[in-house]
Ligand binder design. Sequence first.
Ligand code: HEM
Ligand code: NAG
Ligand code: NAG
Ligand code: NAG
Length: 316
Amino acid sequence: MEVVVALSFAFLVFPFPSAVGALSSNYYDHKCPQFESIVRGAVEKATSNDKTVPSGLLRMHFHDCFIRGCDGSVLLNSKGKNKAEKDGPPNISLHALYVIDNAKKALEVECPGVVSCADILATVARDAVVVSGGPYWEVPNGRKDGRISLASDTRQLPAPVFNISQLKQNFAQKGLSTKDLVALSGGHTLGFAHCSTFQNRIHNFNATHDVDPTLNPFFASRLRSVCPAHNKVRNAGAPLDSSNLIFDNAYYKLLLQGKSMFSSDQALLTTPKTKELVSKFASSRKAFERAFVSSMIKMSSLTGGEEIRRDCRVVN
Ligand code: HEM
Ligand SMILES: *[C@@H]1O[C@H](CO)[C@@H](O)[C@H](O)[C@H]1NC(C)=O
Ligand SMILES: *[C@@H]1O[C@H](CO)[C@@H](O)[C@H](O)[C@H]1NC(C)=O
Ligand SMILES: *[C@@H]1O[C@H](CO)[C@@H](O)[C@H](O)[C@H]1NC(C)=O
C-alpha cells in the first residue's frame, strides 16, 4: 500500500520524468493559435505550384534531425569561411526551403519571436505527408533553433551505398531502432533520385556483375538508359517509386520486386528481421502508416537548439 502511494505521488510530482524541457503536441495552442493553419497553408500553396515540394520538405526534416538534432541547422546559410550543412556534399536534393521562409514570415507577423524554425520544419514535414495522401499525426513541438551548421557534419548522414550493418549502426547512433530504419526508409515513397545516387548499382557494380543482380533486369535497363555510364545530363534521375507523389506503401512492394533505387533500400532485404518488416509493410498500408508515424515522432524528438531564430537562414 505504501509503495503504491509513494509511486502515485511521484507520478503526480513528475508526470513525465524524462520529459524535462521536452516537446508537447499542444505547444502552440495558446502561444500561437494560428501556427498549424499558417504552416499547413504554406505547404498547400507551394505544393499546388510545385508537386516536388512535399518530398523536399520531408527529406529536409530528416537531414535536420540527423545532424545536431532537429534544430533547424539544415536551414542556415553558409557565412564567410563557414560552409553550412546546406552546402555540404549530400545536399543534392535539398529544395523547397522557401516554404519554411514563407511560413516563418507569416508567423512572425502573428506571433513574433515565438515559433522556432525547427518546429516549422517538423510540422511542414508532417503536412507534406498529409498533402500526399499519407497519415496525419500530432507533431510534438517546442524545439529550439541551433546556432551551428557545418558542411563537414553531413558525413553523419547515411549514404545510399550503405549495407545493413552500416545503416543499423547509423540509426542506432541517433537512438533509432531497426524497426525505425525500415519504417522511415518508407519516406522513399515520395520524390526523386539523381543518377549519382544509384550509379553504383547500374554500372561497374562489382568484379563479376556490371549491374546489381538483385535489381529487376527490365527496371535496371530502364535506369541505365536514363543514366548512362558517363551521364552528362545534370538533373537526370528517376522517381523513387512509381507513385512518387503519393504517400503509400508502394515503396515496399517495389522493393520486393527488385525495383528499389538505392543499395541502402535493397539492404533492408538482407536480414530476416528487416525483410520481415518490409513484407509486413508491403502487405499492409495501415501497418506501415502506424510504424512510420511512431518512428517520425521518435526521430523528430531528437532536439538540440537554444534560440528562436528570427530568420530561419541566419542565427540571431
Ligand atoms: C535509411 C537511410 C537513407 C538513405 C541512405 C537515404 C538516401 C537518399 C538519397 C541518396 C536520396 C536521393 C537524393 C537525390 O538524388 O536528390 C534520397 C531522397 C529522399 N529521401 Fe532518403 N535516405 C535515407 C532515409 C530517409 C528518411 C529517413 C527519409 C524521411 C523519412 C527520407 C526521405 C527522402 C525523400 C522524401 C527523398 C526524395 C527527395 C526529393 O525528391 O527531393 N530518406 N534519400
Ligand atoms: C549545394 O552545395 C553547393 C556547393 O557545395 C552549392 O553551390 C549549392 O547551392 C547547394 N545546393 C543547395 C540546394 O543548397
Ligand atoms: C558492411 O560494410 C562494412 C564497411 O565496408 C564492412 O566492414 C561490413 O563487413 C559490411 N557488412 C555486411 C553485412 O556486409
Ligand atoms: C557481386 O554481387 C553479387 C550479388 O550481391 C554477389 O553474389 C557476387 O558474389 C559479387 N561478386 C563479387 C566479386 O564480389
